[in-house]
Design a protein around this ligand. Structure first.
Ligand code: R5P
Length: 294
């Protein structure tokens, strides 16, 4: 097995290779003046099982096309099999027709993964795991919530209240509470499909005098998390922390959440960002090691 650390996940790919003690294949890459991507594999891949590590956070379209070009090139150069590790799977939130006539974009991505020569996909906390069932290649999503909860536990936040900022994230609060050993809950959120504006309903949470941590899969503009921080502060939470697997951190998301009253925001290296603290490398290396063992 050889690992190709893709341009968007060079450090993460190298860390996974180091944990597993497998060779990496370097990638030379650049952008042409018109923004097209150039890719060259600098070592042999012929006859090898290849793992491409390439997350598809912003700029999503560039990172996706680089993933497709890398996979196609590796197959063309004789790779036996390709596993793609794509921690953040772009377009997974567009998984149905919310408004008439909309594209189900993740369906298109699924088709392109297969067409580009990828045989198997491993992703992390995909927004809606049902979308993977429709892919024509084996695809699984593993959860990094335990890693995030471990981080807070090691900082002495044992028994902190785990809050999901919407019903879709309730499973994260439950998972985190198993590590933290405290209570959990979730809020109800609605998003305006035209403006993207988020409205969160306040409900009574038993957080007065307690530390609380908000767990979500994605922080994008920060609106969802900021609303949850404000509700926790209003209800007397002692300290409020925010955690997410995929820190897209668009615009002033970080400032918005801190200004709402959060002490710290913690994300993973799924998407390198200004809040990336926890590495997915041990989790992904374990998933690959299980595969090697068969
Ligand atoms: C959507 O439901 C996701 O789980 C996140 O809550 C959402 O993507 C966060 O977006 P934003 O940070 O823009 O509110």
């Amino acid at each position: 097995m050889k690992i190709i650390p893709g341009p968007s996940s060079t450090e993460l790919g190298r860390k996974i290779a180091e944990i597993l003690g497998v060779e990496t294949v370097s990638v030379a890459h650049k952008k042409f003046p018109d923004s097209e991507s150039y890719i060259r594999l600098e070592e042999e891949v012929k006859g090898e099982e290849i793992v491409i590590v390439q997350s598809t956070g912003p700029p999503q379209d560039t990172n996706l096309i680089q993933l497709f070009i890398l996979a196609d090139a590796a197959k063309d150069l004789g790779a036996k099999r390709i596993i793609a590790i794509v921690p953040y799977l772009a377009y997974a939130r567009q998984d149905k027709r919310f408004l008439p006539g909309e594209a189900i974009s993740i369906q298109t991505i699924g088709k392109l993964l297969k067409t580009s020569g990828i045989d198997e996909l491993i992703t992390v906390n995909v927004h809606e795991s049902k979308v993977l069932e429709k892919f024509e290649i084996p695809a699984k999503s593993i959860s990094a919530i335990g890693l995030l909860a471990d981080y807070f536990k090691s900082k002495g936040l044992e028994r902190a209240f785990a809050l999901a900022p919407d019903e879709g994230a309730a499973e994260f609060a439950i998972e985190a509470s198993k590590v933290l050993g405290g209570d959990y809950g979730w809020l109800h959120k609605e998003r305006d499909r035209y403006t993207g504006e988020v409205r969160t309903e306040e409900k009574n949470l038993d957080v007065s005098g307690k530390d609380a941590i908000i767990f979500d899969d994605i922080i994008s503009t920060g609106g969802t998390t900021a609303n949850a921080v404000k509700i926790l502060r209003k209800q007397g939470a002692r300290r409020v922390f925010a955690a997410c697997v995929h820190p897209l951190m668009i615009g002033n998301a970080k400032e918005r959440i801190l200004q709402a009253g959060a002490e710290e925001i913690v994300g993973t290296d799924s998407v390198p960002s200004n809040v990336t603290i926890v590495s997915l490398a041990p989790l992904l290396a374990k998933a690959l090691a299980e595969k090697i063992k068969g």
